[in-house]
Design a binder for this molecule. Structure first.
Ligand SMILES: N[C@@H](CCC(=O)N[C@@H](CS)C(=O)NCC(=O)O)C(=O)O
Length: 218
């Protein structure tokens, strides 16, 4: 039975998993969330928080994007190893994965969620704090990437799956300044990676729904 992925092509955490699937050419059936009541009912039964992606492999449901990618590596290994064998290298990969989720995606989403609130319920102070956090994240990442091709070193990994959509949408929400040349160059390397380029292309039809307005690039 084919793997099933409950996901939406425009969602950053879903793209993170799609990259891992495409990197190793792992076949799956997309159960596209949004619009279809039956699929939403299935997702709710699998994960009452209704967050996606969720991967279903026979009797097993795997939630949380990082755990899904770890699962794929353990059960559907391919030529691109998302978690290195060496335990110290693996820690660095997991650390960078946490960095992108916690210190890039979380503040980036603050911009988006704030825009979705009713005008009189907005949180400008919180948005300002999110921008300040992204300033620190961009600066720290810029230094960290000075001697790295990929997020955790020489090899594409889980950390790059997290980084690609994180930096893609972060730049749309709170632009990465010219002073962060390493981060901008890394974002371009990610966009050139065929797995992410495919995910970006598949999400193109949904750009009109980006609450902050999608820029005419990428
Ligand atoms: N920590 C989760 C985050 C998943 C998440 O927040 N997904 C978003 C889409 S990018 C979602 O489900 N949004 C729907 C909602 O919040 O109801 C992961 O890594 O999978």
């Amino acid at each position: 039975m084919a793997l099933q992925l409950y996901a939406h092509p425009f969602s950053s955490y879903c793209q993170k998993v799609l990259i891992a699937l495409y990197e190793n050419d792992i076949p799956f059936e997309l159960r596209q969330v949004g619009g279809d009541e039956q699929i939403m009912a299935e997702l709710t039964a699998l994960w009452p928080f209704k967050r996606f992606p969720v991967l279903v492999d026979g009797e097993h449901a795997i939630r949380e994007s990082s755990i899904i990618i770890e699962y794929l590596g353990a059960h559907y290994p391919g030529p691109v190893r998302m978690i290195p064998e060496n335990s110290d290298a693996a820690l660095e990969v997991r650390f960078m994965d946490r960095f992108f989720d916690n210190y890039v995606v979380t503040p980036q989403q603050k911009f988006v969620f704030d825009r979705l609130r009713p005008a009189d319920q907005r949180d400008p102070y919180g948005v300002k704090e999110a921008g300040a956090l992204l300033d620190v994240a961009y600066r720290w990442l810029n230094e960290t990437l000075r001697d790295r091709e990929w997020a955790a070193g020489d090899h594409f990994s889980l950390a790059d799956c997290a980084a690609a959509p994180a930096l893609f949408y972060a730049d749309w929400s709170y632009p990465i300044g010219a002073e962060f040349a390493q981060v901008r160059a890394y974002r371009q390397r990610l966009l050139a990676r065929p797995s992410f380029a495919r995910a970006v292309d598949e999400a193109r039809p949904y750009r009109q729904f980006f609450p902050l307005g999608a820029p005419d690039r990428d």
